[in-house]
Design a protein around this ligand. Sequence first.
Ligand code: NAD
Length: 504
Amino acid sequence: MQEILKALGIADVNPGGFSGTWTGSGKAQTVVSPIHGEALASVTNVTPQEFDAILTKCHHAFASWKLVPAPKRGEVVKAIGDELRRNKAALAELVTLEMGKTLREGLGEVQEMIDICDFAVGLSRQLYGLTMPSERRMHRLQEQWHPLGVVGVITAFNFPVAVWSWNTAIALVCGDTVLWKPSSKTPLTAIACTKIAEKVLRAFGYDPAICSLAIGKGSDIGDLINTDPRVALLSYTGSVPGGRHVGRLVQERFGKHILELGGNGAVIVSEKGDLDIALGSVYFGAIGTSGQRCTSTRRVIVHSSIHATFLERLTALYAKTPIGDPRKNEILMGPLVDTGAVDTMLAAIQTIKDQGGRIVCGGERLPVAGGCYITPCIASVPKDLPMMQEETFAPVLYVLPYDTIEEAIALQNGVPQGLSSAIITNDQRESELFLSAAGSDCGIANVNTGTSGAEIGGAFGGEKETGGGRESGSDAWKAYMRRQTSAINFSGRVELAQGITLEL
Ligand code: NAD
């Protein structure tokens, strides 16, 4: 453990702020691993005054960074990707130690960081604007994309490094600077990533404040980010109530935001689908990251003709789930992030029972000293169970029956969140209906693969209470730039649009 921390530049006590120099004289917190309850290291939060200095430097760095040609900015992102490749194993282990996901998932998370860097390098030569025909003679109409400013990145604990990279790799090639406030549950991985970016920026001779960091409580440092007009775009990942608060404050100052909020993923399992694919997709979707993904499968809507068989086979899979130290190769499910998360899960299970749901298996706290382990839970529930409307951020899976595909789609859509959904079917009519305007209302709709594990190439995000934001691939970069439309007159005379005449 000490070797990993040392390799990533983590000391016993670490200042939680960076903008060219490391600062942090606020409250100290000890980071404890959910694997065994052992202390990893301490972090000192930034004070409001230190935060102001960090943002000032990050804002100042934008003035020169925006003038660096985009392909040159891409070279910096390429080097960050290379540095991540070199540190992949150590960073993945730190992710596992700090938040408890399995090492294979930690490695996948760091791979995602590398992938988005590669994507962004290509993007740095493709920040295209359009040229349109002008309605006026000898005129040209065009759009350009310019750098936006400081991008505030506020992240959740469950993807402690990938979400930063999704935002940062894109923001950097777009010419923006980044100010990161990570979850207070995962500050060490944030410090490790910032040190990697610092090393690369220094090697290129650029201002390291381009990738700044401010660790502190959401209710003080978070609110300073929400309300400061120097933060041109705020990319916020977290719960729905948090996003409602952030969105309101950013909107009040006419800032831009990307909101990536809670999900309530569902899989429709058709009787015309492959049962093994259904079982594998649902199983990993529900227990992966111990049910702590925004895209986790929380509901399975199963055709009534196969409901009993599906439930029986899934319960058998659950019974043999290897739970334990997530650093071990054979383990599929590690701990929850902290004891509070375990308590929340147990309280949710009690509510499910009170509302008429039947607990088929799981939901027992496992007695591992210092660890936050619990068995994954399946609940067989009526279609209108009120708890299903909420996102319980834990491995609790609702199984419910349907009779027609239209009913299944209505059940899938019948929650306030709209992030991720899937259908398992070999019937093309069903899958096309699911993907059509009459189908899933989510930002992600998959066929014959589960709700979690999105690839970086597509734009990621969801509708309704999930917030409507998009980040990562496709054309999500446009949110990180400002669009400028220009009409250029080379006619040598005055000509107004819409045919308006002007006598001089
Ligand atoms: P959370 O809402 O508790 O915290 C998220 C972040 O918000 C943290 O960094 C926290 O410090 C910060 N915060 C708290 N108060 C704030 C304030 N007043 N202003 C600004 N920031 C503030 O969420 P969590 O428990 O860390 O993560 C789980 C939630 O995140 C789940 O709801 C999950 O679905 C969601 N999530 C969504 C996505 C997505 O892409 N849609 C991805 C990951 C997680």
